[in-house]
Structure formats: structure tokens, C-alpha cells
Design a protein around this ligand. Structure first.
Ligand SMILES: NC(=O)c1ccc[n+]([C@@H]2O[C@H](COP(=O)([O-])OP(=O)(O)OC[C@H]3O[C@@H](n4cnc5c(N)ncnc54)[C@H](O)[C@@H]3O)[C@@H](O)[C@H]2O)c1
Length: 352
């Protein structure tokens, strides 16, 4: 029997217990110091508060002060904390993860180096092991259209695991995959790691169009689709600049994940509030009050910095990204700027 430790008992961490228990693995779910109320609910026999699904029988729960026990005898570790917690939790578990030699990461986000350079999550995780003089494990990034509540409920899901060590991605897939939770494996972790946090940013614009539809009771589907296509173009542009493959962005990791995030994610809900007329500050506060982390908000700022570090005219090259950032900052006329960023420029202007 394989033993798997999941670090982070939020929505995604707890959801992965479903395929893993389906496969008959021993599953150890470790909650951070922020997860006690979630584990309390689960221990009381209630559905997990984030997914509304009961944890599969036999899942072993560990509190934040039981990290060592949760990692003992583990064959593979899955890191499933929000991007802000990745560095801290990796550091705490680094010794054991290094010995195991493999780490699957569901977290999504960019990380800022001490010199201000924006880095991809696997690169930042690698640096932590190097900084501690520990052997760097094979890092497998999990992406694709993969809502935690549906994974928890064992509804059909196509996910994608990317790693520069494709054998490690395949090995992880072989352990985790079930009939319902199918895994595509790719070597292009760069494209995946660019698309994963950026799709949260672009989902804000998709939500914005939904908010417009809500208040006007009229469809805004044409504009929403223009946002979608422009988002893919911009993500592919950034991914290829990093040496990634545009096909990754146009596949499960980009288009697939953007679609699902734009349908129901927290970033979409935040965008919809703004589209419906709320200020960005009030919309964010409402999300925080509901314990809903809107990862697209910090990611939008980091993505703009990243774009400025890599491109000469970043705002012209990535107009939708920059328009979304201004919406998040509460600057300008949100609707006018988003439209102008996503619609082709007028022919007269282009020919001038
Ligand atoms: N929910 C989904 O459908 C889904 C799907 C794919 C990927 N993901 C990604 O998985 C990661 C976890 O998402 P989630 O949906 O489980 O979120 P969640 O809010 O339900 O849980 C977040 C987890 O991160 C931990 N955490 C939060 N802030 C922390 C901090 N400052 N320090 C240490 N730990 C901290 C929490 O304790 C918890 O374990 C995110 O990066 C998310 O983008 C989520």
C-alpha cells in the first residue's frame, strides 16, 4: 500500500483524499495552523466546509503540531496550501520531502524573490531545498480544470501534471489516477505554471461580464468570449517567452482551467461583484469576510511586475492583464478599459 501525505486540509487538499482512498492508499491529511476549524467539522462527522463533501472513510487527520507524524512512512507528498503559504510549509516539511524525493504541488501562484524578480512556484520551491542544502525532489505541478468540490465528489475530472522530470509526473499519475480523476502528463511545466496563476487573473474579467449580465439582465456573452480569447493569447505570449509551449495554454492547463474558473471560481465571483457595480475594495472585503481567498488579486499585481521585467511595452503587449490590474486597483473606467483591451482596435486606427 502506498502512503500519501497531503499538506493543507483546505478544499483541494481534502478533495484529493477521494481519488487516493478510491485507490486504496493510506491517506494522511495534515492541516495547517489555519485549518483547525475545518478538521473540527470533519471530525464531527460533517462534510468538509469548503467542498461540502464528506471526507472518505479511513482518511487520517493530523493537526498542525503533528507534521512529523503525518510525514512518517510517506511515499509521496502533495502540497496543497494557498500560494502565500507555500514557502513556509515547504520549509517545515523540507527534510522529509527531500528524503522522499518527490513532491506534487497543486498550489498556484507567482513568488517574488528577494531582489524583486518574479519566479514560478517550482523554481521558488527548488531554491528552498538548495538554500537548506537538501537534495531537490522531483517537483510535479498539478493543473487543469479541476474544481475541488467535484474531485471530492468523484465527478469526472481531467487534470494535467507537468514536470521537467516527466517520469516523476507519470509516477505520480500512476499512483493517483482513478476512473474519475484522469491525469494527462506533460514535460512543459513552464506553460502550466504560467497558465495556472494567470487564469485566476483573467477569470476576474470573465466574472466582470457575468456581473454586467446580472445587473442588466441581458447577456454579455460576446464580450465575455472576447475576454476569454484575449486571455489565452496573452497567457500563451507569456508562456512562450518563458520557453513554454503555447499548446499547453490552449489545452487543459490554460483554456480548460480558465473555463472552469470563469464558471464558478472565487476570482469569477469577485469579478462579478465589480461588474455588478460594487467597488473593487468592497468586493474584496466581502470575499475576505466569507473566508474566500481571491488569488487573482495578488497574482494580477505580480503578473504586471513580471510583464514589466520581461517585455519592452508590457501594457501594449498584454492589454487585458493591465486593464484587469487597474480594475483591481479601482482605477479608471473599468468597463471602457476592459472593452478596449479585448476588442480588436478599430480598422481606421490600425490602418492609420
Ligand atoms: N479549490 C480548487 O478547486 C483548486 C483547484 C486547483 C488548484 N487549487 C489550488 O490549490 C491551492 C489550495 O487551494 P484551496 O482551494 O484548497 O484553498 P483553501 O482556501 O480551501 O485552503 C488553503 C490551504 O492553504 C493554507 N494556507 C492559507 N494561507 C496560508 C498561510 N499564510 N500559511 C500557510 N498555509 C496557508 C490553509 O491552511 C489551507 O490548508 C491554491 O493554490 C489553489 O489555487 C485549488
Amino acid at each position: 500500500m502506498t502512503t500519501i501525505t497531503i499538506l493543507g486540509a483546505g478544499a483541494m487538499g481534502s478533495a484529493l483524499a477521494t481519488p487516493l482512498r478510491d485507490r486504496g492508499h493510506q491517506v494522511k491529511l495534515w492541516g495547517t495552523w489555519l485549518d483547525d476549524h475545518l478538521l473540527d467539522a470533519v471530525e464531527a462527522g460533517k462534510p468538509h466546509p469548503r467542498t461540502n463533501v464528506l471526507l472518505p472513510a479511513g482518511t487520517q487527520l493530523f493537526r498542525s503540531d503533528e507534521l512529523e507524524a503525518s510525514l512518517a512512512d510517506s511515499d509521496i507528498v502533495i502540497l496543497s496550501v494557498a500560494s502565500v503559504g507555500v514557502e513556509k510549509v515547504t520549509e517545515l516539511a523540507a527534510q522529509r520531502i527531500s528524503e522522499i524525493g518527490a513532491l506534487v504541488v497543486t498550489s498556484k501562484g507567482f513568488v517574488t524573490d528577494t531582489d524583486g524578480t518574479i519566479r514560478l512556484l517550482p523554481d521558488a520551491i527548488t531554491s528552498i531545498f538548495e538554500g537548506l542544502s537538501l537534495a531537490v525532489p522531483a517537483i510535479v505541478a498539478a493543473g487543469g480544470p479541476c474544481k475541488a468540490n467535484e474531485v471530492a465528489a468523484a465527478r469526472p475530472t481531467a487534470t494535467v501534471y507537468g514536470s521537467s522530470d516527466i517520469e516523476a509526473a507519470r509516477a505520480a499519475a500512476r499512483i493517483i489516477e482513478t476512473e474519475d480523476y484522469r491525469v494527462e502528463t506533460i514535460a512543459d511545466f513552464v506553460g502550466l505554471e504560467i497558465a495556472a496563476p494567470l487564469k485566476n487573473v483573467y477569470a476576474i474579467a470573465l466574472g466582470f461580464a457575468d456581473g454586467l449580465a446580472e445587473t442588466s439582465t441581458q447577456p454579455w456573452h460576446n464580450l465575455r468570449s472576447a475576454f476569454f480569447a484575449q486571455a489565452l493569447r496573452e497567457m500563451a505570449d507569456i508562456a512562450t517567452d518563458f520557453g513554454g509551449d503555447a499548446a499547453t495554454v490552449y489545452g487543459l492547463a490554460g483554456a480548460g482551467d480558465l473555463e472552469v474558473t470563469g464558471l464558478s471560481g472565487r476570482n469569477k465571483v469577485y469579478g462579478a461583484r465589480i461588474g455588478a457595480g460594487e467597488s473593487s475594495a468592497l468586493a474584496l472585503q466581502a470575499m475576505i469576510d466569507a473566508e474566500q481567498t481571491v488569488e487573482g488579486v495578488p497574482a494580477s499585481g505580480l503578473a504586471v511586475v513580471l510583464a514589466s521585467q520581461r517585455f519592452e511595452s508590457p501594457a501594449e503587449r498584454l492589454p487585458l492583464l493591465h486593464a484587469i490590474r487597474r480594475v483591481v486597483d479601482g482605477e479608471g473606467d473599468a468597463l471602457a478599459e476592459l472593452i478596449s483591451a479585448a476588442l480588436p482596435r478599430a480598422l481606421s486606427e490600425r490602418l492609420a
